[in-house]
Design a protein. Structure first.
Lengths: 422, 82
């Protein structure tokens, strides 16, 4: 089996991972960055690196990354298991062992999806998901899109899609107006955030937007044809080609859990130096709790410095991190999911899409483990990554364990390294 | 001129710009569903970031490949299971 070795290995090449790699390399460490995607940037900076003019926050970090001596970036690489005190990584159908002195987990987040009747129809997609698909070449010009769910991501996605020629038929934000107003007041206190918000507002001028509104059903036969929204003025039916919906973000915990790092409140637990509970393993960015770009960058920088043994540089960033965490708390409060959303799934609504397990079958159980054992919920290809977030919100269950391989892998790839031994 | 890539989706020829995902090619070929679920329902891509596995298709004879994560290559043969 091929083996790679570096002083610092970073898992995830989004903002936190890039910042960590840049800072550790700047202090003379040999750094290896692994990412599952086709290129660096994570979800937020997806497809930005190869653009002539990447978005303004990304440009300096991509430049730092390109000019860093001693950083190797490997894309298309997925961590599937541990291998001794290293990681087992799948890369283009082969497995390799990756060894490190220090490991920084910057595994980012995914969208939370909530089940409602019809949500399994083709063309009901994630909000960030649709943006990612369009960046990958999915044609969106002239398509009617309803954006629904919760969080500032909805507006960013709607603005992006509109610039690419989509017709944004409606934006439905589940939270209360009063909370939105409070959040807007906070955004207005930061010049940079206010400028971003105003730019978004400009792009979205004329698009219908409502708070206290959410999807209750997606309709169609073989694919989506329309959506029913609950609004303060009653139910409203809209025809559309895509329903882009996301109910906030969830940290990706699988690799951290595989290594035995403690998880607290659904995020990787870290101390002030971004160290996890496992010696030599750090975590930064959305994996440690949803906080947005600024927090991810500063946490990544701190993790990179500390992993390289430069405590003093890290400490200078603590105040900046504390400020960003304050914003993260405001974000969580403003877009907290309302109780009515727990009522969206009907008895026959599928919750686990891999194994087609309905709400009714899950509701008979009192724990995630019991539901898994009896219904196969969370045991399909996604390994509970989608239904786990829904089950947590609907039933209060939490997945406390993960089991390797943390991503499906071909048996041939997994056994190849051992064939010589037989 | 950006490079174009020619591939087939369920036997139908599709041309896409270089850098497009297999999912984009499926959509251009008019296939909204990628697979059938265990109870036979049509399913299409959901998460767009390689997590949900709903976008699985067969590429060059290899099943269960995530079409949202894989870039198109010249001559690829893609089959949906829908």
């Amino acid at each position: 089996m091929r083996e790679r070795r570096a002083d610092v290995v970073v898992v995830g090449a989004g903002p936190a991972g890039i910042a960590a790699a840049v800072r550790a390399a700047e202090r003379g460490r040999r750094v290896l960055v692994l990412d599952d995607n086709a290129d660096a940037g994570g979800q937020i900076w997806r497809a930005e690196r190869k653009r002539a003019k990447p978005v303004s926050e990304a440009a300096p970090w991509f430049a730092h990354l390109a000019s860093s001596v001693g950083v190797e970036l490997v894309c298309g690489a997925r961590v599937v298991d541990r291998a001794g005190d290293g990681l087992l990584v799948e890369l283009r159908g082969n497995v390799e062992r990756v060894c490190f002195e220090r490991l920084i987990l910057a595994t980012g987040a995914r969208e939370r999806f909530l089940p409602f009747p019809g949500w399994t129809l083709p063309n009901v997609v994630g909000a960030g998901g649709l943006q990612a698909m369009v960046k990958g070449g999915l044609p969106i010009e002239g398509k009617r899109v309803v954006v629904a769910g919760s969080g500032p991501l909805l507006l960013a996605v709607a603005a992006y899609l509109r610039r690419r020629g989509a017709h944004i038929a409606f934006i439905a934000e589940q939270t209360h107006w009063s909370r939105l107003v409070g959040f807007a007041a906070r955004v207005a206190r930061s010049g940079a955030r206010l400028r971003q918000a105003l730019a978004l507002g400009g792009t979205l001028a004329g698009v219908p937007f409502l708070a206290n509104a959410w999807p209750v059903a997606a309709e169609g036969t073989s694919a989506l044809e329309g959506v029913v929204l609950q609004t303060p003025r009653g139910r409203r039916r809209l025809a559309c080609d895509y329903l882009a919906c996301g109910f906030g973000l969830l940290p990706n915990l699988e690799v951290a859990m595989l290594l035995g790092c403690a998880v607290r409140d659904g995020a990787v637990a870290v101390d002030e130096r971004q160290r996890t509970t496992i010696d030599g393993v750090f975590a930064a960015g959305e994996a440690t709790g949803i906080g947005g770009l600024e927090l991810s960058l500063v946490e990544g920088e701190i993790a990179g410095y500390v992993a390289a043994g430069c405590e003093r540089e890290a400490q200078r960033l603590y105040a900046q991190r504390a400020q960003a965490r304050g914003f993260a708390r405001a974000l969580a409060h403003a877009f907290e999911l309302r109780d009515e959303l727990r009522e969206l799934a009907e008895a026959q609504t599928i919750v686990c899409r891999c194994e087609d397990v309905t709400y009714e079958r899950l509701a008979r159980h009192s724990t995630w483990r019991s539901a898994k054992l009896h219904t196969r919920c969370g045991m399909g290809a996604c390994q509970g990554r989608i239904c786990g977030g829904a089950a947590e919100f609907l039933f209060g269950w939490r997945n406390e364990a993960t089991r390797p391989p943390v991503f499906p892998i071909r048996i041939a790839a997994l056994t190849a390294p051992y064939e010589d031994m037989s | 001129m950006p490079e174009r890539i020619a591939l087939t989706v369920n036997g139908q020829r599709v041309n896409v710009p270089a850098g497009s995902t297999v999912l984009a090619a499926l959509t251009l070929a008019g296939a909204s569903a990628c697979r059938r679920s265990v109870t036979g329902q049509p399913r299409g891509a959901l998460c767009g970031m390689g997590v949900c596995f709903e976008c699985r298709v067969t590429i060059d004879g290899v099943a269960h490949r995530r079409s949202c994560q894989i870039l198109c290559e010249q001559g690829m043969e893609v089959r949906t299971d829908a």
